[in-house]
Design a protein around this ligand. Structure first.
Ligand code: PEP
Length: 247
């Protein structure tokens, strides 16, 4: 049985008042819930981790720097994130890859930095619409996996999130067959590179316009072990049905 994970990426949304959503999520969790990871903006990490510890939730950051310290104005290191009580960090989100020109090798270095701080990286990969339309999806995904996932992956130290860029925040969702094709491909690449024991254990999340009304349908796809959710993770009202779809 693989871990099931519902991860919420709040992006640049929320001030202290939003922490009430964590209590509401904790209060509404189904019996035998999946792991629930909330990734709030960095200024909320410390307070969120305090709330989460009592509530059975985990907290993650949305990015980390690959260095432990130094002259990197505005950046935060994986050690600083761990010091807040957070235990996960998203690396290589397409918004970071695009707006901050992050390359696969940057993402790989960030994943290693996360491990060094005892954080679990959620490594994001995904194709652009024109890449899909040119039938290049699997080539792109294969290249991102090879470039972004470091060699020292274990069965428990990493989570992979497939997020087609054209599905993020757009309300457009790939067909179930398209999701199955990519998730099966990722699983095959992971088992080829890391062996069956590790490759079959790594959780693969789907992300891109997951909503309460499509979560159960997407979870029916083979090799989908959970979700990385943006907009619909901002309120307990929307996120709880998505969490429940994983039970
Ligand atoms: C995301 O930002 O990772 C994401 C999947 O966003 P949304 O769920 O809003 O499409």
């Amino acid at each position: 049985m693989r871990r099931k994970i519902a991860a919420g990426n709040w992006k640049m949304n929320g001030t202290g008042a939003a922490l009430a959503e964590l209590d509401a999520i904790a209060a509404g969790l189904p019996t035998a819930p999946p792991e629930v990871v909330i990734c709030p903006p960095a200024p909320l990490l410390f307070r969120a981790a305090k709330v989460a510890a009592a509530a059975g939730l985990s907290i993650g950051a949305q990015d980390c720097h690959m260095q432990t310290s130094g002259a990197f104005t505005g950046d935060i290191s994986a050690q600083m994130i761990a010091d807040t009580g957070a235990t996960f960090v998203i690396v290589g989100h397409s918004e970071r890859r695009e707006a901050h020109a992050e390359s696969d090798s940057d993402v790989r270095a960030k994943a290693k930095a996360a491990w060094a701080a005892d954080l679990t990286p959620i490594i994001c990969i995904g194709e652009e619409l024109d890449e899909r339309e040119a039938n290049n999806t699997l080539d792109i995904i294969g290249g991102q996996l090879a470039g972004s996932v470091p060699d020292a992956v274990t069965a428990t130290n990493t989570v992979i999130a497939y997020e087609p860029i054209w599905a993020i925040g757009t309300g457009k969702v790939p067909s179930l067959d398209q999701i199955i094709e990519v998730h099966d491909f990722i699983r095959a690449q992971l088992t080829k590179r890391f062996g069956a024991q590790i490759g079959n254990a790594l959780p693969l999340l789907y992300g891109g316009s997951v909503k309460p009304d499509n979560a159960a349908h997407i979870f029916a796809a083979g090799n989908v072990d959970g979700f990385l959710v943006g907009g619909a993770s901002l309120t307990a009202r929307d996120f709880l049905p998505i969490i429940s779809a994983l039970t």
